[in-house]
Design a protein around this ligand. Structure first.
Ligand SMILES: *[C@@H]1O[C@H](CO)[C@@H](O)[C@H](O)[C@H]1NC(C)=O
Ligand SMILES: *[C@@H]1O[C@H](CO)[C@@H](O)[C@H](O)[C@H]1NC(C)=O
Ligand SMILES: *[C@@H]1O[C@H](CO)[C@@H](O)[C@H](O)[C@H]1NC(C)=O
Ligand SMILES: *[C@@H]1O[C@H](CO)[C@@H](O)[C@H](O)[C@H]1NC(C)=O
Ligand SMILES: *[C@@H]1O[C@H](CO)[C@@H](O)[C@H](O)[C@H]1NC(C)=O
Ligand SMILES: *[C@@H]1O[C@H](CO)[C@@H](O)[C@H](O)[C@H]1NC(C)=O
Ligand SMILES: *[C@@H]1O[C@H](CO)[C@@H](O)[C@H](O)[C@H]1NC(C)=O
Ligand SMILES: *[C@@H]1O[C@H](CO)[C@@H](O)[C@H](O)[C@H]1NC(C)=O
Ligand SMILES: *[C@@H]1O[C@H](CO)[C@@H](O)[C@H](O)[C@H]1NC(C)=O
Ligand SMILES: *[C@@H]1O[C@H](CO)[C@@H](O)[C@H](O)[C@H]1NC(C)=O
Ligand SMILES: *[C@@H]1O[C@H](CO)[C@@H](O)[C@H](O)[C@H]1NC(C)=O
Ligand SMILES: *[C@@H]1O[C@H](CO)[C@@H](O)[C@H](O)[C@H]1NC(C)=O
Length: 594
C-alpha cells in the first residue's frame, strides 16, 4: 500500500510536468539504512537499500522517467547522486550539496528525473560525508529504445559488477581520521559486489569469507558492467582465461576491442561482452587488484570472485591470473586508456551516429587548468585543493541560493590557472558560458592516481600525458574519436584534457572521485545560466518538494521523522507504464477514501 500511495502522489506531480508525460515511469521505494555485514570478516554497519548491499539496480530505458522515494533511515543526513546521469535542465535532482539540501535523518524525499537521450552503464551512491565508503551504491542501466540499433548482438544476460577498495573501519571513523589530519592509509581489501575475496590462498585470505559467484551457461554471451565504487584505489579488472570485449563506457559506445585486463579507476564504469567460450573443467577467477601501488605490499588488497559455468567441473585453484607486468613502464596503463575510442558510426540514444557531433570543429570559448596537489595545510587543517582553493560545501546550496536571490554564498571567480601564493579556503565557482565550449585540463601534481568527474555532462577525453601541460600539448589532442564520458583518470605527474559543450543549464559539480580528496575540498562547481531563459524552457522549475536549509531554512515544512530501522524485507521495485500508474492512482485514491 505504501508503494501504491507513493505512486499515486508522484503521478500527480508528473501530470503537471507535461514535457515528459508520454514516456514511461519507473517507481522505486528505497529505505536507506544500516545493515550489519562482515565483508572482510570484521563486523560493521554498512549502508544498505531495502536491506540490500549493494542496492537494487535501476533498470530503465532512454527517456524514461525515474521516481525514487528515498527514506533516510540513517542517523545522519543523506543525498543520493547519480554518477553519469545528466539530469538535463534539472540539476535539482543531482543530489550533491551544491544543488540540494541533504535529506534529514528520518525524512523521506522523492527524486524525479528523466534519463533524456542517454544509454549506458552508470551507478548511484550516497554523496556526502564519505558514506560511499560504507556502501549505499547500486547500478543504473539505461537500455536503448527498441527502435535504436545497438552495435553488437543482444547478449544472453546482463550482469552488474561493483569493484572497490574497502576499509574495516566504518565511514564515521574514516571521517574522523580525515578531520584530524590523518591519511586513510592502505585499505583492508577489495570487495566485489559487496563481498570479500574467494579463498584462493589460505595465508592471504582468512576462512569464512563470503565471496561472489557469477554464474554463466556455456556458449552464451553476457554483458558485464563493471563500476569502481571504491574510495581511492585504481583497480585492474580481469577474468582468468577469458577476454573482455569492451563495448561501452559511461554512455558511449566504444570501438570494440578485446582486453585481457583493464584498469578501472575510481568512479569509472565500463561494459564488456564476455563469451562463456572456455572449457568448464573448473571455475575461473574474477580479479580486481590494486594498481599503481607496490604490488608486494598491497597483495592483500585484491578482490577475487568466481566465474562458474553451469556445468563446472570444480573449484578454481592455483595462482591468480597475472596483472600487467609494467612496474618499469608507466606508459602501459596510459596507452591502454588512450586506446578507449568512440565508435563514430554507432548510434547511441538516437539513431544518428555518435560521430555526427564533431567536437574538433568547435572553437573553445573557455579554458581552465585545474591543478590538484597532495593535501596541504590551510589554517591548521589538512585540506585538498584545486588551483590552490579548497571548497567547502555551503549551508545554502548554490542553485537554491540563486533561485531565491540569496547573495554572498559563492563567487563566480574561480581562477583559470593555479593561484600564486598560499592555498586557501574558498567558495569560488566557474562561470560557464551557456552554449560555450569549455576545455578543462586536469593536472595531477600528487604522487597518487586521481580521477575527476563532472555532473550534468559527458566530456570528450582528448588527451593525456605525463609532465606539465603546456599550450603545445594541444597539438597532441585526439581530434577525431576521443570518447565522451563523465569520469577521466589522471596519472600522477600527468595531465588529462577534456572538452565539454555547455548546453545543460544548472550548477554542476566537478570533483575528485577519490572520496578522501573530495571530502577534503577537491571540487568546484560550474554554473551555466541561459541569460535569455524565459518560461522554464532551458531549465526546469524548482521542484515542489525542494528541501530548504541554510539561509532558506524558514521555508522548510517539518516532517515527522519515520525511521523504520530493522524494517524487513526488500520491497521490489515497481516498474509500471503510465497506464499502470494511472491504475495505481485509482487504487491509491480508493485506499485514501473513507
Ligand atoms: C563506527 O565505529 C565506531 C567504533 O569504531 C562506532 O563508535 C560507531 O558507532 C560506528 N558508526 C557506525 C555508523 O556504525
Ligand atoms: C532490464 O530491462 C530490460 C528492458 O526492459 C529487460 O529486457 C531486462 O530483462 C531487464 N533486466 C533486468 C536485470 O531486470
Ligand atoms: C514521503 O513518502 C510518502 C509515502 O510514504 C509520500 O507520500 C511523500 O510524498 C514522500 N515525501 C517526499 C517529500 O517525497
Ligand atoms: C600465498 O601467498 C603467500 C604470500 O604472498 C605466498 O608466499 C604463497 O606462495 C602463496 N601460496 C600459494 C599456494 O600460492
Ligand atoms: C575478441 O576475442 C574473441 C575470442 O574470445 C574473438 O572471437 C573476437 O573476434 C575478438 N574480437 C575482436 C574485435 O578482436
Ligand atoms: C581447460 O582449460 C584449461 C585452461 O585453459 C586448461 O588448462 C585445461 O587443460 C583445459 N581442459 C580440457 C579438458 O580441455
Ligand atoms: C615494495 O615493498 C617492499 C616491502 O614489502 C619493499 O621491500 C620494496 O622495496 C618496495 N618496492 C618499491 C618499488 O618500493
Ligand atoms: C562501430 O559500430 C558499428 C555499428 O554502427 C559496428 O558495425 C562496428 O562493428 C563498430 N566498430 C567497432 C570497431 O566496434
Ligand atoms: C573558429 O575560430 C576561427 C578563427 O578564430 C574562425 O575562423 C572560425 O570561423 C571559428 N569557427 C566556428 C565554428 O565558430
Ligand atoms: C559570467 O559569464 C557571462 C557570460 O557567459 C557574463 O555575461 C557575466 O558577466 C559573467 N559573470 C561574472 C560575475 O563574471
Ligand atoms: C609538482 O609540481 C612541482 C612544481 O612544479 C614539480 O617540481 C613536481 O615535479 C610536480 N610533481 C608531480 C608529481 O607532478
Ligand atoms: C517557472 O516556474 C516557476 C516555479 O514553478 C513559476 O513560478 C514560474 O511562473 C514559471 N515561469 C514561467 C514563465 O512559466
Amino acid at each position: 500500500m505504501w508503494r501504491a500511495l507513493a505512486a499515486a502522489v508522484v503521478l500527480v506531480v508528473a501530470v503537471v510536468r507535461p514535457a515528459a508525460a508520454t514516456d514511461p515511469y519507473a517507481f522505486y521505494d528505497w529505505d536507506v539504512g544500516y545493515v550489519t555485514a562482515a565483508p572482510l570478516g570484521v563486523k560493521q554497519q554498512v549502508i544498505g537499500i531495502n536491506s540490500k548491499f549493494p542496492g537494487p539496480t535501476v533498470n530503465i530505458s532512454t527517456n524514461w522517467n525515474v521516481v525514487v522515494n528515498v527514506l533516510n533511515d540513517l542517523d545522519e543526513p543523506l543525498l543520493i547522486t547519480w554518477n553519469g546521469i545528466q539530469h538535463r535542465k534539472n540539476c535539482w535532482q543531482d543530489g550533491v550539496l551544491g544543488t540540494n539540501c541533504p535529506i534529514p535523518s528520518g525524512w523521506n524525499w522523492t527524486y524525479e528525473f528523466q534519463v533524456k537521450d542517454q544509454i549506458g552503464s552508470f551507478f548511484y551512491f550516497p554523496s556526502t560525508g564519505l558514506q560511499r565508503a560504507a556502501g549505499g551504491y547500486g547500478g543504473v542501466v539505461v537500455n536503448n529504445r527498441d527502435v535504436i540499433a545497438v552495435p553488437f548482438g543482444r547478449p544472453d544476460g546482463d550482469i552488474t559488477i561493483f569493484i572497490g577498495d574497502w576499509y574495516n573501519k566504518n565511514h564515521t571513523d574514516l571521517r574522523k581520521m580525515l578531520d584530524s589530519g590523518k591519511d586513510l592509509g592502505m585499505p583492508d581489501g577489495v570487495l566485489i559486489n559487496g563481498k570479500g575475496p574467494y579463498r584462493y590462498n589460505d595465508s592471504l585470505v582468512p576462512a569464512g569469507i563470503e565471496y561472489e559467484t557469477i554464474n554463466v551457461d556455456p556458449g552464451k554471451t553476457y554483458r558485464i558492467r563493471v563500476h569502481n565504487v571504491g574510495t581511492s584505489t585504481s583497480l585492474n579488472f580481469r577474468i582468468q582465461g577469458h577476454s573482455l570485449l569492451l563495448v561501452e563506457t559511461e554512455g558511449s559506445y566504444t570501438t570494440q576491442q578485446n582486453y585481457t585486463n583493464l584498469d578501472v579507476h575510481v568512479g569509472q564504469s565500463y561494459s564488456f561482452l564476455l563469451a562463456a567460450d572456455q572449457n568448464a573443467s573448473s571455475d575461473y577467477y574474477v580479479v580486481a587488484s590494486a594498481r599503481m601501488v607496490n604490488d608486494s605490499l598491497w597483495r592483500r588488497v585484491t578482490g577475487v570472485a568466481v566465474l562458474r559455468y553451469s556445468n563446472s567441473g570444480g573449484r578454481a585453484s592455483g595462482p591468480l591470473p597475472d596483472p600487467p607486468q609494467d612496474q618499469y613502464d608507466k606508459s602501459f596503463s596510459m596507452n591502454q586508456a588512450r586506446s578507449v575510442r568512440w565508435n563514430l558510426s554507432a548510434g547511441a540514444a538516437r539513431p544518428n551516429p555518435q560521430g555526427s557531433f564533431r567536437y574538433s570543429s568547435i572553437n573553445v570559448t573557455q579554458a581552465y587548468l585545474l591543478r590538484g596537489t597532495a593535501p596541504v595545510e590551510i589554517a591548521g587543517r589538512r585540506r585538498a585543493t584545486l588551483n590552490g582553493l579548497s571548497f567547502t560545501p555551503p549551508e545554502t546550496p548554490l542553485r537554491l541560493a540563486d533561485a531565491y536571490g540569496v547573495r554572498g554564498v559563492y563567487s563566480l571567480d574561480f581562477p583559470e590557472r593555479p593561484i600564486r601564493g598560499a592555498p586557501r579556503m574558498g567558495r569560488s565557482i566557474i562561470n560557464g558560458t551557456y552554449r560555450g565550449f569549455m576545455e578543462l585540463i586536469f593536472q595531477n601534481n600528487d604522487t597518487r592516481m586521481q580521477s575527476y568527474h563532472m555532473d550534468g555532462y559527458a566530456f570528450f577525453v582528448v588527451g593525456m600525458d605525463y609532465g606539465e601541460w603546456t599550450e603545445d600539448s594541444r597539438g597532441t589532442y585526439n581530434k577525431g574519436d576521443g570518447v565522451a564520458r563523465s569520469t577521466v583518470q589522471v596519472y600522477p605527474g600527468a595531465w588529462a584534457a577534456v572538452l565539454v559543450s555547455l548546453d545543460n543549464v544548472g550548477v554542476w559539480n566537478v570533483r575528485s572521485e577519490n572520496l578522501d580528496s573530495w571530502y577534503l575540498g577537491q571540487e568546484v562547481y560550474v554554473r551555466v545560466v541561459n541569460p535569455e531563459d524565459t518560461g522554464n524552457k532551458t531549465e526546469m522549475a524548482i521542484p515542489d518538494n525542494a528541501l530548504y536549509c541554510g539561509q532558506l531554512h524558514k521555508y522548510q515544512k517539518q516532517q515527522t521523522p519515520h525511521h523504520r530501522m530493522g524494517a524487513s524485507a526488500a520491497r521490489p521495485a515497481a516498474v509500471v507504464s503510465r497506464v499502470a500508474a494511472a491504475m495505481l492512482l485509482l487504487v491509491g485514491a480508493a485506499m485514501l477514501s473513507p
